[in-house]
Design a protein around this ligand. Structure first.
Ligand SMILES: [Zn+2]
Length: 223
């Protein structure tokens, strides 16, 4: 397995120069950021209105993407079972490159995966998607005690968002921290990824954030 991962993702470890040449190769098949976000907004509108088309999930699409993938957006989201990017944005096979960890934060492995989707596969939109009633954010707020095993390591990157909401009334604090946690992750991406930071400066790529409502199905975009 390790060898397979190393082969598939080996290119991530290369220099930004090499990454740039990969970006050039994928550029012709890239969807511009504005169009990518429009597709997601329209798809979420269909899902929210119970009019999902469930597109590009048939045999022909399966065979098409087996030859190669060009996902139009890269999504970092929570592992929560009540949220699936392909479902809530009404997209199909090969449309979204999704990396998930409870609390929609990232470490080197997830950041490298996002860089792969951008530099090699041609995604020009990175979405950080949080959701209401997030248990990981709730845990970071200290509502879960004596977290066992490796769970504290998942909660730790959410702590900076917790610090930003100390003055928010208790009743609104979970929602406010969820939004701040999306913003913190959005800001960290270009700061910690030169590949993504450079492309953002050139206007070639956008990082956007949203919060999904488990009950209504709507994504509210974060400014
Ligand atoms: Zn969550």
């Amino acid at each position: 397995m390790k060898t397979l991962v190393a082969v598939a993702f080996g290119v991530v470890a290369t220099s930004s120069l090499v990454a740039a040449s990969f970006a050039d190769k994928s550029a012709g098949k890239s969807v511009p950021p504005a169009e990518a976000i429009q597709r997601l907004k329209e798809g979420n509108g269909r899902f929210e209105g119970d009019m999902a088309e469930k597109p590009r999930a048939h045999e022909a699409r399966r065979r098409e993407v087996a030859k190669g993938q060009h996902p139009f957006a890269s999504v970092i989201t929570c592992a929560d079972s009540r949220l699936s990017p392909e479902l809530i944005f009404d997209q199909g096979l090969g449309d979204l490159f999704v990396t998930r960890v409870a609390g929609n934060t990232f470490g080197k492995d997830i950041l490298g995966s996002v860089e792969y989707s951008v530099a090699v596969l041609g995604s020009r939109l990175v979405v950080v998607l949080g959701h209401r009633k997030c248990g990981a954010v709730d845990a970071a707020l200290g509502h879960s005690h004596n977290l066992p095993g490796s769970i504290p390591a998942v909660v730790a990157p959410i702590k900076p968002a917790v610090k930003l909401t100390t003055r928010v009334p208790k009743a609104q604090r979970l929602d406010a921290t969820i939004v701040e946690n999306v913003r913190v992750t959005m800001k960290r991406i270009p700061r910690e990824s030169k590949i993504i930071g450079d492309m953002m400066k050139k206007g070639q790529l956008r990082v956007v954030g949203g919060v999904y409502d488990l009950e209504t199905g709507a994504v509210t975009w974060v400014k």
